[in-house]
Design a protein around this ligand. Sequence first.
Ligand code: APR
Length: 392
Amino acid sequence: MRTKVAIVGAGPAGLMLGQLLSQMNISNIIVESRSREYVEGRSRAGQITPATVRILTQSGVGERVHAEGMKHSTLQFHYDGSTRELDFEALTGQTVMIYGQQEIIKDLVAARLRTEYPLLFGAANVQVHGTDGNSPSVTFRHDGRQQSVECDFVVGCDGFHGICRPQIADALTCYSHAYPFAWLAVLAEMTPIAKDVIFSSHETGLALFTMRSAKVSRIYLQCSPDEDPNEWSAARIWDLLQSRIEGRPEKVDGGAIIEKSIVQLRSFVAEKMQKGRLFLAGDAAHIVPPTAAKGLNLAVSDANILARGFEHFYASDKDDLLLSYSGIALKQVWRDVQFSHSMAMLLHRYDDNAQFHRRLQIAELDRILGTGPAAQNFAELWVGSPPFTASI
Ligand code: APR
């Protein structure tokens, strides 16, 4: 088999890149190790920025986002016993959408199946070869047969634990930071307690309240990184959520818990995001703590920048845009890592020197939620403007 671009991984980065390339009539294959059911069922991020909505819309997969996504224009910060609002629409003129990552995945898979290009689920032993030369290939086992795909380029969209980044480890400088806390992530059949996302910075730790639909709530509670989710009964979860929003009028009456897991918080960036004919996109190249909901949006942004590089290459035979992919993408990556990290510092309980950290956090929250330029700055970072993709 021969194709122009071989994509490893069918998460948001791989599927988005495949969709953009297919629209540009650039042949491509997507090879994914898991099943379609698994990939479409994974419950993860859920907030999408205006730039992501625009890319989805322009690539023909925006219909359901617009019909079913929930438009948000304000954020609530609850601390020190009271709540303050940040109206980011008033400050930036932009809104964000709440729309589950797995719904985007379903939309992208459905669009992919309408194209002539392959999307192979359940591929085993995926390996990448020859990306330092001019004729790379990807080999794997699929449908009981060993297969080989020759290509011009390989893109590793295979997430943090994938096989592509290790392939070029010798050329990478990696930066990482582990946080001394984790999140208990809960998906529950519960009518959202408020119309907005609520960040509560409580003395005992963060509670983040968000939603996936009119009947499903997503709740995150700060916990220690070594927690076992099985030790969190429904009663324990609802009691802790209630205590961390003390001072607010809502009474949490719980609901059936659909899913619970522990999310480790980490920042990670690999520089550069390319070597030879192998490129990295999304979580394969970087991880942000989920505090600002940027992971999914960065994956889509990488795919968009890279697709434009390929478009330029195949239209003009010039690789200048492809060579500058990493430089353009990393500007946005570092901006979002910095913002997500600063939000992590702002909202969690630090056990070490707790009272000092608490005072610093309250001073910073007061500054952001005041009438000065900090609110404007925060709002712009929250909605992700200006998008770096505008520079190409
Ligand atoms: N071969 C083929 N596929 C692989 C391999 C492999 N060796 N290793 C991993 N994969 C697949 C995974 O099964 C997964 O479906 O690559 C895909 C990577 O998808 P994601 O982890 O979702 O990464 P990405 O597309 O970069 O999206 C990042 O997802 O986890 C969220 O918060 C994150 O929102 C961010 C977004």
